[in-house]
Ligand binder design. Structure first.
Ligand code: N01
Length: 560
C-alpha cells in the first residue's frame, strides 16, 4: 500500500497505519510502524503529546513506577541521553520526556493534535478502516491501532447538583494546562485513590482550607521518592543491557528483586522487621518484593495490612481521623494500592480535615459547595479525584467491524480478546495497552503487545496478507482463561475498578490479565512458533479501492 498521509481537500488521506493516542504506547507504536517502513499517522484528542501524562497534570501527579522502568528501552542512545532527575518523576518531567522522544525520533510530523476520532468503519471489501475525526479529517487506513489507554475516560459520579457549583471545578484526569491557583482558597478534594492521595499533600500548605471527602480509605504507603544521585545516573547507563534484559523478561516489569523467603520461614518478630524494611522501600516493591507467598496467603496480607494500620495510627495525630483513614473493607492489594508522600501527615495540619462519606454521604452539590447531613460547606474549588471508566475509550470511539457491528455492542457484556491485542470481527484493529493484556508495569507489556503486532504484520507482509483477526478459538481460549483465572487475582470484584465495579451498570468482568505477563509471553511464543496460526489472515484490496465488487481472498487461519 502506498504511503501518502498527506490529505487534500477532496480525498481522504491514505495511510498504512493509523494510531490513536499520543501516550507512551501510541508513540512507541508510531516509532515501530515508521521503522518498519509503514506510513503512519497518529491522531490525538489532546492539544499536546503525552496521553495520560498530558491530561493528568494536577499538582504532584507523578510516576509510582521507577522512571527508568516506565520509560522506553528500545534505544540505548535515548536511555543514555535522558537524565531523569528523580526515581519517580513528576508529570512536567514526564511530559518533557515524551515530547523529547517525539522530536528525537522525528515523530511529531506524523502526529495530528486536537483530533478526536469520532468513527472508524471497517470496509469488508478493501480490508481497511475509514476513520473520521473531530478536526474534520478522514483517513483510510489498512491498520487501526487504538492506543487509547485504560485510564483515560474520567469518571464523574452522578452527584445531584454537580453542575450547579459556581466555583471552579476540576477532574484530576482532565486537568487544565493553565495553572490552577490554590493559594488562599477553600478547596474540596473528593476521592482518595492514587490521584487524591497525591494532590492532597501537594496543595495542603497553600490553601486556606482543605476538606477531603473520602468514601473508602486505601492502603496508602510511602512512595519513598528521592533524586537520582550522580553515581546512580552512571550506574543506570553502565547497566543498560542488564536493566533492559530484566525489564523485558520480568513478570512484574519492575527491577525490584523478588524476595525468596515465605512468610512461614520467619517469626512474627522477623516479619515485623521485614515489613518495616518494605515500608521504607520504593513504590511497588511493597508488593513485588514482599514474601514469596504474598499473593497466595490472605493471612499474610492481613498481617501486613495491620502493620500499615499501625503506621497510620502513628502518623495521624487525631485518633478518630486515623481510624477513619484505615481501610476496614479490604486488605492490602485487594485494590490497586496508591503510593504517595505525606498523605497521612497532611491531616495533622490545622487547615486540613477529613469527611468520611460512609458516615455522612454527599447529599448534593450546591452553587456554593458540598452538602452533607452536617449542612453545606462552602468552597472556591472542588477537585474530583473520582477515577476513570477503565478501558472505556476504546469503546466510545465509534469503531465498527465486520457487518457494521459496533465494538461497544460486541463487548456489551465485557471485552473478549486474544492476548488483549485483537478481537474477532474487528480485523486489522489492534489495541495494545487495552483490556485483558495488563498485568503489572504498564509500558512493559504494552510494548510486548506492540512488538508482537509488528512481528505479525511483518510475517503477513512477507506472505502477501494484509487483513488479520484472531481465530474464534484463540480468542475464546484467551478470554475464557482471563475470566476463569480472575478469581485467583488478589483484587476484589466488589472493590476494584479492574472489575469495572466503580462504574454503575458496567458489567463485572475482570479487565486485566490475571495470568500475568508469563502467560502473555507463552501464548505469544506458541503463536509465533506455529506461524501465527492463532490468526486468520487474508488479502484485502488496495487501500484506495473501496469498490463493492472486490472480494477478500481468505488464505489461512488454522484454529488453535
Ligand atoms: O481513581 P480511583 P484515581 N463519591 O478509582 C472515589 C492510576 N494512577 O484517579 O473507593 C465519593 O483509584 C473512590 O471511592 P471508592 C492508578 O492505576 C496512577 O485515584 O469507590 N467518592 C476513590 O476514592 C490508579 O489506580 C498514579 O469508595 C467517590 C476515588 O474516588 C488509577 O490511575 C496516580 C465517588 C477514585 O479512586 C486511578 O486512580 C494517579 C462518589 N460517588 C492515578 N465515586 C501514579 O502514581 C468514586 N469516588 C502513577
Amino acid at each position: 500500500m502506498q504511503a501518502s498521509a498527506v490529505q487534500n481537500a477532496s480525498a481522504p488521506a491514505q495511510v498504512d497505519m493509523l494510531i490513536v493516542g499520543a501516550g507512551i504506547t501510541g508513540l512507541y507504536q508510531l516509532y515501530r510502524a515508521l521503522e518498519s517502513g509503514l506510513s503512519a499517522v497518529l491522531l490525538e484528542a489532546g492539544k499536546g503529546i503525552g496521553g495520560t501524562w498530558f491530561w493528568n497534570r494536577y499538582p504532584e501527579a507523578r510516576f509510582d513506577s521507577e522512571s527508568y522502568t516506565y520509560a522506553y528501552l528500545f534505544s540505548k542512545e535515548l536511555f543514555d541521553d535522558w537524565r531523569w532527575s528523580e526515581h519517580f518523576a513528576a508529570q512536567p518531567e514526564i511530559e518533557r520526556y515524551l515530547n523529547h522522544v517525539a522530536d528525537r525520533f522525528d515523530l511529531r510530523r506524523h502526529v495530528r493534535l486536537d483530533a478526536r476520532v469520532t468513527s472508524a468503519m471497517f470496509n469488508e471489501n478493501s480490508g481497511t478502516y475509514t476513520i473520521e475525526s473531530s478536526d474534520g479529517s478522514t483517513h483510510i487506513a489498512r491498520y487501526l491501532v487504538a492506543a487509547t489507554g485504560v485510564l483515560s475516560v474520567p469518571f464523574y459520579p452522578s452527584v445531584a447538583g454537580r453542575e450547579d457549583f459556581a466555583g471552579e471545578s476540576y477532574h484530576t484526569g482532565l486537568w487544565p494546562s493553565t495553572p490552577v491557583d490554590f493559594k488562599g482558597k477553600r478547596v474540596a478534594v473528593i476521592g482518595t485513590g492514587s490521584s487524591g492521595v497525591q494532590i492532597v499533600p501537594a496543595i495542603a500548605d497553600e490553601v486556606a482550607s482543605l476538606t477531603v471527602y473520602q468514601r473508602s480509605p486505601n492502603w496508602c504507603t510511602p512512595l519513598n521518592n528521592r533524586p537520582i544521585t550522580e553515581d546512580e545516573q552512571l550506574g543506570l547507563r553502565a547497566d543498560y543491557t542488564t536493566i533492559k534484559q530484566t525489564l523485558d523478561t520480568s513478570i512484574s516489569g519492575f527491577l525490584h528483586e523478588p524476595y525468596k523467603r515465605a512468610s512461614t520461614d520467619d517469626t512474627l518478630e522477623e516479619r515485623q522487621a521485614f515489613y518495616e524494611k518494605l515500608w521504607n522501600s520504593p513504590g511497588f516493591s511493597k508488593m513485588t518484593s514482599n514474601y514469596s507467598d504474598f499473593f497466595t496467603n490472605a493471612d499474610l496480607r492481613k498481617e501486613f495490612s495491620e502493620f500499615i494500620a499501625g503506621k497510620i495510627r502513628g502518623l495521624v495525630n487525631d485518633p478518630a481521623t486515623a481510624e477513619l483513614l484505615i481501610p476496614k473493607d479490604h486488605i492490602y492489594a485487594q485494590k490497586r494500592p496508591p503510593y504517595a508522600t505525606g498523605f497521612y501527615e497532611a491531616f495533622n495540619k490545622p487547615n486540613v480535615k477529613l469527611v468520611s462519606l460512609k458516615e455522612t454521604p454527599i447529599q448534593k452539590v450546591t452553587e456554593k459547595g458540598v452538602e452533607t447531613a452536617h449542612g453545606v460547606e462552602e468552597f472556591d474549588i472542588i477537585v474530583w479525584a473520582t477515577g476513570f471508566d477503565f478501558a472505556r475509550a476504546l469503546q466510545r470511539m465509534g469503531i465498527r467491524g465486520r457487518n457494521g457491528v459496533a465494538l461497544e455492542d460486541a463487548w456489551r457484556d465485557g471485552p473478549s480478546t486474544f492476548l488483549g491485542i485483537q478481537a474477532t470481527g474487528f480485523p486489522n484493529l489492534f489495541f495494545p495497552g487495552g483490556p485483558h493484556g495488563a498485568a503489572a508495569n504498564n509500558p512493559r507489556y504494552n510494548g510486548d503487545q506492540v512488538d508482537f503486532t509488528m512481528e505479525l504484520l511483518a510475517y503477513m507482509r512477507e506472505r502477501g496478507y494484509d487483513v488479520v483477526e484472531p481465530s474464534q478459538a484463540a480468542e475464546d481460549q484467551w478470554s475464557n482463561t482471563v475470566n476463569a483465572m480472575a478469581s485467583y487475582s488478589p483484587f476484589s470484584p466488589e472493590h476494584s475498578y479492574y472489575f469495572g465495579s466503580n462504574i454503575p451498570g458496567k458489567p463485572r468482568k475482570f479487565l486485566l490479565n490475571p495470568a500475568g505477563r508469563g502467560m502473555l509471553f507463552d501464548v505469544m511464543a506458541k503463536s509465533r512458533e506455529a506461524q501465527f496460526n492463532t490468526f486468520v489472515m487474508s488479502q484485502g484490496r488496495a487501500c484506495i479501492d473501496d469498490s463493492e465488487t472486490a472480494s477478500a481472498t481468505q488464505q489461512t487461519g488454522e484454529q488453535s
